[in-house]
Design a protein around this ligand. Structure first.
Ligand SMILES: [Zn+2]
Length: 374
C-alpha cells in the first residue's frame, strides 16, 4: 500500500491518516478479513466502504436476489436485478478495488446446511492470520430479522468471535450499531436489544404482505457508523462504541455500555463470561504495562505542546451510560425496547407461537422452522 501522494494512487488519502497521526499503521487493513452477513441496504454499503478502504478480504453472505424494490437504497443497480446479491456485490466491488479478496456465499444461515457452511467459512485460515487465531477478524451482522441475528450470535459465541450488530427500524427513521465481544459485553441473547424510538417486536415484522419502509439516508448513515466503528476497532484509533443508537427524527445519538447477563439464556455465552473473568489477572498486567509504556512515551516526546489553533477537546466520558441486561429497566432518554427480553423467550409457552430458545442449535433450528411455518 503506497503512501505516495499522486493522483494515480488509490490509497494516498487513506495513508494520509497515518501522516496526520490518526492511525499508527493504516497498512494493517490489508491483513484483515471481515465477514458481512446480509448484503442489503446496510451490508452492501458497508462492503463498498470497506472495499474502498482497502480491506484485505471480504466474505459476503446472503440468500436473496437483487430486485427493483431495492433501488431506493444505495449500491445495487437496475441491470443487476435477478442476480444473487452476493454475486452482484462481488461484480461491483472487484471493479472498484481489485486488491480486495472477495468471497461470495449465497446461502441462508438460518438453515442447518447454511449454518454449517457459515461456520466452516469463518474458521478457514487460508488468508493471513487473524489476531484471534480464527479465520476472520470481525463479523458484521447486517441482517433484517431477529432469527438471523440469533444465529449470528450463536455462531460468534461458539467461535469466540468478536462481531458487530446493526439494525434499522421498520419505519426507517432510527437504527443502531452494537459491538459484541463474547464474555466481555452483552451477547444478543443477554440483553433486550434496543432501538431508538421504536416499541415494535421485530419478530412480527417479516409477515407476508407487510412492507417495511426504508430510506437510503438512514441505511447509509447506519452503514457509515458501523464501518467507522469497525475501522476504529481494527486499526486501533479513537474509541469504538459498545452501543450507538440513531434517531433520525431528533438527530439523537445515544451511547451506552452493555454488560453480559449472568443469567443469559445462551449457555455458550455463560462459558465465555466465565473465561473472561478467569483472564482478569492477565488483562490487569497487560493494562499496567501499556500504561507504563504510554507514560514513558509522553515523557520522551511532549507532542502538541503549543496549541496553534486554540482547539479544545470536550471530555465526553460522562455522556456514556452503562447498563446490564438485568438493570436495563431504566433506559436512557429516547430509547425504547424493540424486542422482548431474552428471558421472556424462556418462560413457559403461553400461546402456540411463543418459542423458547435454549441455545442448542438443533432446538434453535426446530424453533426457527416452527416460526417460519406460523
Ligand atoms: Zn449472552
Amino acid at each position: 500500500m503506497s503512501s505516495e501522494v499522486v493522483d494515480t494512487n488509490p490509497y494516498s488519502r487513506l495513508m494520509a491518516l497515518q501522516r496526520m497521526g490518526i492511525v499508527d499503521n493504516y497498512q494493517r487493513i490489508r491483513d484483515y478479513s471481515i465477514a458481512i452477513v446480509g448484503i442489503g441496504g446496510v451490508g452492501s454499503v458497508a462492503a463498498e466502504m470497506l472495499t474502498r478502504c482497502g480491506i484485505g478480504r471480504l466474505l459476503l453472505y446472503d440468500y436473496d436476489t437483487v430486485e427493483l424494490a431495492n433501488m431506493n437504497r444505495l449500491f445495487f443497480r437496475p441491470e443487476q436485478v435477478g442476480l444473487t446479491k452476493t454475486d452482484a456485490a462481488v461484480q461491483t466491488l472487484s471493479d472498484i478495488n481489485p486488491d480486495v479478496v472477495l468471497e461470495s456465499y449465497t446461502l441462508n444461515i438460518t438453515t442447518v446446511k447454511g449454518f454449517e457452511t457459515f461456520m466452516e467459512s469463518l474458521t478457514k485460515k487460508d488468508f493471513g492470520l487473524s489476531d484471534n487465531g480464527s479465520g476472520v477478524d470481525l463479523v458484521l451482522s447486517c441482517v433484517d430479522n431477529y432469527e438471523a441475528r440469533m444465529v449470528v450470535n450463536q455462531a460468534c459465541n461458539e467461535l469466540n468471535q468478536i462481531w458487530m450488530e446493526s439494525g434499522v427500524s421498520e419505519d426507517a427513521v432510527s437504527g443502531h450499531i452494537q459491538l459484541l465481544i463474547p464474555g466481555e459485553t452483552a451477547c444478543f441473547a443477554c440483553a433486550p436489544p434496543l432501538v431508538v424510538a421504536s416499541g415494535v417486536d421485530e419478530r412480527t415484522l417479516k409477515r407476508e404482505g407487510v412492507c417495511a419502509a426504508s430510506l437510503p439516508t438512514t441505511m447509509g448513515i447506519v452503514a457509515g457508523l458501523l464501518v467507522q466503528n469497525a475501522l476504529k476497532f481494527l486499526l486501533n484509533f479513537g474509541q469504538a462504541s459498545k452501543y450507538l443508537g440513531y434517531n433520525a427524527l431528533k438527530d439523537y445519538f445515544p451511547t451506552m455500555d452493555l454488560r453480559p447477563n449472568p443469567q443469559c439464556s445462551n449457555s455458550v455465552c455463560l462459558e465465555r463470561q466465565k473465561e473472561y473473568i478467569k483472564m482478569k489477572p492477565v488483562r490487569d498486567v497487560a493494562a499496567k504495562a501499556k500504561m507504563e509504556a504510554e507514560a514513558s512515551n509522553s515523557e520522551e516526546a511532549s507532542l502538541h505542546a503549543d496549541n496553534e489553533w486554540s482547539i479544545s477537546v470536550i471530555d465526553d466520558c460522562n455522556l456514556d451510560n452503562t447498563i446490564t441486561g438485568r438493570d436495563s429497566e431504566s433506559l436512557p432518554e429516547g430509547l425504547a425496547r424493540e424486542l422482548p427480553d431474552a428471558d421472556d423467550l424462556q418462560r413457559p409457552q403461553t400461546t402456540e407461537d411463543t418459542v423458547a430458545f435454549t441455545g442448542d442449535l438443533e432446538d434453535l433450528q426446530k424453533q426457527l422452522d416452527a416460526l417460519n411455518a406460523a
